[in-house]
Design a protein around this ligand. Structure first.
Ligand SMILES: Cc1cc2nc3c(=O)[nH]c(=O)nc-3n(C[C@H](O)[C@H](O)[C@H](O)COP(=O)(O)OP(=O)(O)OC[C@H]3O[C@@H](n4cnc5c(N)ncnc54)[C@H](O)[C@@H]3O)c2cc1C
Length: 445
């Protein structure tokens, strides 16, 4: 029998979905097996079932965000985080509908909302819902509410633990459904699983990172407020990655402090002993990179991501479409291909504001000598004597460069969200198969 790791990525991805459904629906199986208490109505059973599934979904959110490499490598972080967002709304809806059904069908249960006189199990339920509401409002409205990313991330974690812990307390406190023994076993197992994930993320992972430290070797200034941070592994062989992947960097502080930022490697995957990250100054952390001193300690959690040419060995070539700092994963793909003497064709469509803004402009010229590479610069504010492409990357521009046999290539896009959306739509209109288009979002939160 084939092991799960040698199966196709699609089969593994489907297997994960199956496992997810099995775990979320497991409380229902136990409920069916054990049977509802005598005298309960259909609506009460239905309401309890919704509550069980909603709570199991919430507990599983810890698994989705724990960056478990096996899961992440099946979908990519973008898709997992999208799923995390949508599923939290579905779970919230289930958790809310659960008491609403009770209030409508058994109006006497409305008294449970009286937080002072209500029993503990009801107080826990109300607290769980309140934590969930704050969690969802601050997650959806973080930017509008002007909440900085780091404090938000800490609060998000604390609120998630509270919501699930209170919810579990409520499930254990309600004595009707599932006999005491089964209820204890089931929800304790779910609680232990969530607790283990928390310990894994907060303690085990940071500890593993401390065992594989890196030192900053140099910081190289690039065009357009970008600095390349060069890291060397200390006492180990470095991180093996596929070109286009990324890692979470902790710089100058302990990884237990959980203040890390994601960056794509921009160097060759064939040289894990010298890792380069090209970082654009956009905020608090990124504006400190230029002042980082050689010898500073760094820790990496990675590699992550499925945005890589290495998954498409059978492709005749690649079309890379980058905007601004979105060039970093493309750069890694190109230098790795050059190191491997890859003789397939590469077309890079690279959008920037001005000619002087083009990060890696000279390096790309050199790469043309080592690869079958065409670079099409697209400038929004071109110099007067410019005869190249101008404006935005749109359907007409793409049509001029992508091959007639659209499906013979794989397409990689990394740029600002507006550009990525526009390019994705244009490629779709040009009949590029959707399975051949791969995107990397830099603003996932
Ligand atoms: C997969 C991936 C690869 C990336 N690769 C690169 C790269 O190669 N080069 C590059 O310059 N940038 C890259 N980024 C973007 C980079 O992570 C952010 O620009 C950086 O974290 C901003 O931090 P800041 O404190 O300077 O800015 P802030 O002003 O604090 O944040 C700006 C925005 O960046 C995001 N952000 C901030 N902190 C974090 C964090 N700890 N984790 C996740 N997102 C955060 C938030 O959306 C925030 O609103 C990548 C992002 C992702 C998701």
């Amino acid at each position: 029998m084939k092991s799960v790791l040698t199966r196709s990525p699609v089969a593994i991805a489907i297997a994960w979905i199956g496992l997810y459904l099995a775990i979320t629906l497991f409380p229902l199986f136990v409920l069916l097996l054990y049977g509802a208490p005598t005298g309960s109505t259909f609506w009460v059973d239905f309401s309890v079932a919704l509550g069980f599934v909603g709570l199991a979904m919430l507990a599983l959110q810890f698994a989705l965000t724990a960056r478990i490499n096996l899961i992440e490598s099946s979908y990519g972080i973008d898709i997992i985080l999208q799923f995390h967002r949508y599923i939290s709304l579905i779970a919230f809806a289930l958790v809310i509908i659960h008491p609403l059904i009770l209030f409508i069908t058994k109006p006497e249960t409305l008294g449970l909302l009286n937080i002072i006189e209500a029993p503990w199990r009801a107080k826990l339920a109300v607290s769980s819902v309140l934590a969930l509401i704050i969690l969802i409002v601050t997650a959806i409205g973080r930017k509008k509410l002007n909440i900085p990313y780091e404090p938000w991330r800490i609060a998000h974690g604390v609120l998630a633990v509270l919501a699930v812990a209170f919810g579990l307390g409520h499930a254990l406190g309600v004595s009707n459904y599932l006999g005491l023994f089964w209820k204890g076993v089931l929800w304790s197992a779910i609680a232990l699983f969530a607790l283990w994930l928390l310990v894994y993320v907060r303690l085990v992972k940071p500890w593993m990172m401390t065992r594989h430290p890196y030192l900053v070797e140099e910081v190289i200034p690039q065009r357009n407020k970008v600095w390349t941070l060069v890291l060397r592994p200390r006492g180990h062989q470095g991180m093996h990655f596929q070109p286009g992947q990324f890692a979470w960097i902790t710089l100058a502080i302990s990884p237990f402090r959980m203040r890390e930022h994601p960056f794509s490697m921009s160097s060759s995957a064939d040289n894990p002993e010298r890792l380069e990250f090209s970082i654009k100054e956009v905020g608090d952390f990124t504006s400190t990179i230029q002042d980082v001193q050689p010898g500073t300690k760094a820790f990496l959690d990675g590699p992550y991501g499925v945005f890589t040419i290495d998954r498409y060995w059978d492709s005749a070539g690649f079309i890379l479409i980058a905007g601004g700092i979105g060039i970093t994963p493309m750069m890694s793909m190109l230098v790795t291909a050059a190191d491997r003497q890859d003789d397939r064709s590469f077309i890079l469509i690279y959008a920037n504001k001005t000619w002087e803004d083009i990060t890696f402009r000279e390096e790309l010229e050199e790469l043309k000598q080592r690869l079958d590479l065409s670079v099409i610069h697209v400038l929004r504010e071109p110099p007067e004597d410019w005869s190249g492409e101008t404006g935005y990357v749109d359907r007409e521009l793409l049509e001029r460069y992508i091959p007639i046999h659209r499906g013979s290539r794989q397409y990689f896009i990394c740029a600002a969200p507006v550009m990525m959306d526009a390019v994705e739509i244009a490629l779709h209109e040009l009949d590029v198969p959707i399975t051949h288009v791969h995107i990397e979002h830099f603003n996932i939160v």
